[in-house]
Design a protein around this ligand. Structure first.
Ligand code: HEM
Length: 468
């Protein structure tokens, strides 16, 4: 009843709602999108001009800001952290791994700013550049040119190894933990592998229909998969409790964050959770950024961009690759739903139009809607040689006080892999171009088969070897 009344309350203020059903809200339509590798925020797309589009998520009203003016109000420092703050269903998903990590906490949580700063201090740009450049070069040189390549797996291995070494150091990332595999058997596997698999597993599990209708169901041990995930969460947390008693590797994010947090008397569980978040936040996001960019760059119609990357050097190369990655982040932002909630009744104004947002309403900028203003064509030139102030209005990393502290790291990692791959394999072809719904984001099942070497030069006529 509250949901229905709230919906009427917002409709009277001019908010347009997507189709919703009693009890299950908009989830039927969301399922249709997910089947086509799109995320829930595509729901707004056919709506006429508006400041907000509404939908029902769980038992809450969720309002999407779908234009720049409304977004600017929501992310302004006067509002973020005071009237609107983090309250995310992700807490029932991968948040089970690190519930006290900053990404699930409100800005008003004690030491929030200190923790974000300490993490920022650990994010040494030069170090991540060295690690990612070395690993990208090694991996791209070792790729098998005789058989079609599962690029999703390669990009996943790359991001996991780079993030593992960067956050924990080589020794700690290679330590083994007990891990329950999908077939139920338990064995010892490297820590970063168990972490990556559990993180991705939790995200996909929480995205099942009923877990989207009532988020806490995702944490109930009612299915074999839920029990397996819980087992692995416990195992990872116990492992880290022991690891954190030891000494951090020199130069690691672990060293910086532990030193800064300890000085402020921040409990070790919080340090553990912030480090866990730092280890996983750049896995699927960077993997999908790489896949989206390479898909566009290797598409035959974008040959000039592939040639520009392969033949340029130094700063010019960096600029071209950066433009290609930025444009791919515009069209395929990996995580496009920022989950915030109104924490105190908010009376706001967008160009003279007044809205009263009630406490408990979910509200967020719709990254896709903002990015879609620039059209559906992949055109990296829009990010090349732009004058200050004329940049496209994009926000794949969020905006304002809650925005992504790993933005530069993510860009460096993605750019180094794309650059290395295209330079080492300028003739690479896409092997599964005939597949439907190829869109890469954190919840996509799309595959990417690449063909290198002589088979690529002859044109690839085989079918996709990876089961869909
Ligand atoms: C291409 C890669 C990445 C993308 C697209 C991305 C995107 C995002 C987005 C959209 C948010 C939410 C921002 C908001 O609420 O306004 C976020 C938050 C966050 N990201 Fe990233 N991210 C990426 C890489 C990384 C990396 C590499 C790290 C760390 C190593 C990282 C750490 C975080 C953290 C800790 C937060 C939470 C910040 C807060 O709650 O205040 N991200 N990211």
């Amino acid at each position: 009843a509250r949901t229905v009344l709230d919906r009427r309350f917002y409709e009277r203020q001019g908010v347009l709602f997507t189709k919703t059903y009693p009890f299950i809200g908009s989830e039927t339509d969301v399922s249709g999108l997910i089947g086509r590798n799109r995320t829930r925020d595509y729901l707004y797309l056919d709506k006429p001009a508006a400041d907000f589009v509404g939908s029902i998520r769980g038992f809450d009203i969720q309002l999407y800001a779908v234009n720049r003016q409304t977004t600017e109000v929501l992310v302004s420092p006067a509002i973020t952290g005071k009237y609107i703050d983090r309250d995310t269903p992700a807490l029932y998903s991968f948040g089970q791994l690190s519930p006290s990590a900053m990404t699930f906490q409100k800005i008003t949580t004690p030491h929030f700013g200190d923790r974000k700063r300490n993490l920022g201090k650990g994010f040494d740009q030069e170090r991540v550049t060295d690690i990612s450049r070395r690993r990208a070069a090694e991996m791209c040189a070792a790729l098998d040119v005789d058989t079609p390549l599962d690029l999703k797996r390669v990009a996943g291995d790359y991001t996991r190894e780079v993030m593992g070494e960067f956050v924990w150091g080589r020794d700690a990332m290679a330590l083994e933990v007990s891990y329950k595999h999908p077939d139920g058997h338990v064995s010892k596997v490297p820590f970063m592998f168990a972490l990556n698999e559990t993180f991705t597993g939790l995200r996909f599990y929480s995205n099942r229909f009923w877990n989207r209708v009532h988020f806490p169901i995702a944490t109930w041990p009612v299915t074999r998969e839920a029990r397996r995930l819980q087992h692995n969460i416990r195992s990872l947390q116990e492992h880290l409790a022991t690891v954190l008693k030891g000494g951090p590797g020199p130069g690691t994010v672990w060293e910086q964050v532990a030193a800064g947090n300890t000085k402020l008397g921040i409990p070790v569980e919080i340090t553990r959770d912030d480090l866990l978040t730092a280890s996983i936040a750049g896995l699927d996001t960077v993997q999908n950024t790489i896949l989206a960019t390479l898909w566009y760059v290797l598409s035959p119609e974008n040959l000039k961009w592939r040639e520009a990357i392969a033949t340029s050097t130094g700063e010019a190369k960096d600029e071209v690759v950066e433009a290609c990655v930025s444009e791919s982040l515009r069209l395929s932002p990996p995580g496009s739903v920022i989950n915030n909630m109104v924490v105190d009744d908010l009376d706001m104004e967008v160009e003279g139009r007044r809205y009263l947002l009630k406490r408990g309403t979910r509200v967020m900028p719709n990254i896709h809607a903002l990015h879609a203003d620039y059209g559906a064509a992949w055109e990296p030139e829009r990010f090349l040689h732009i004058e200050k102030g004329a940049e496209p209005y994009v926000m794949p990393f969020g905006k304002g006080r809650r925005s992504c502290p790993g933005r530069n790291l993510g860009m460096v990692m993605a750019k180094n892999f794309v650059s290395e791959f295209v330079t080492a394999h300028p003739d690479a072809q896409i092997g599964n171009a005939q597949d439907k719904d190829i869109i890469f984001n954190n919840l996509s099942h799309a595959q990417f088969i690449a063909v290198l070497g002589p088979a690529a030069a002859q044109g690839f006529a085989g079918s996709c070897p990876v089961p869909h």
